[in-house]
Ligand binder design. Structure first.
Ligand code: AMP
Ligand code: ZN
Length: 113
């Protein structure tokens, strides 16, 4: 499958990995929108948030558990951070493999553009 994140998972494309287990991978975003900006993805290809269902929601819960752990490890838990999922065209999704952005270490504005 021609999916850039699947290629990162199988090692075809290098990434700056932060965390990995059987179910998920976390790595630094190549185009940082904040001093700390990493992505957490399921290893199993899921297209977008539209495809979250009772079969895979345990993995999504696990992703959030890992985000909480990594935010502590990277020192942004106290200052705060933002978890973002862009879904589909209007959501601004550019990579069609479900991913959660974690942004921190800067005063993020709301609402986003
Ligand atoms: P989205 O617009 O929500 O689909 O986000 C896709 C994100 O993937 C963007 O923030 C990109 O900078 C990031 N990205 C694309 N290719 C890579 C890569 N090879 N390594 C790390 N991050 C990437
Ligand atoms: Zn994929």
């Amino acid at each position: 499958m021609d999916c850039i994140f699947c290629k990162i998972i199988n090692g075809e494309i290098p990434s700056s990995k932060i965390y990995e287990d059987e179910e998920v991978l976390a790595f630094h975003d190549i185009n940082k929108a904040a001093p700390i900006h990493f992505l957490v993805i399921p290893k199993k290809h899921i297209q977008s948030a539209n495809e979250i269902n009772s079969e895979n929601s345990k993995t999504i819960a696990h992703i959030f558990e890992i985000i909480s752990k990594l935010a502590k490890d990277l020192g942004i838990s106290e200052g705060g951070y933002r978890i973002v999922n862009n879904c589909g065209k209007d959501g601004g999704q550019t990579v069609n493999h479900l991913h959660f952005h974690v942004l921190g270490q800067r005063d993020l504005k709301w609402p986003p553009g």
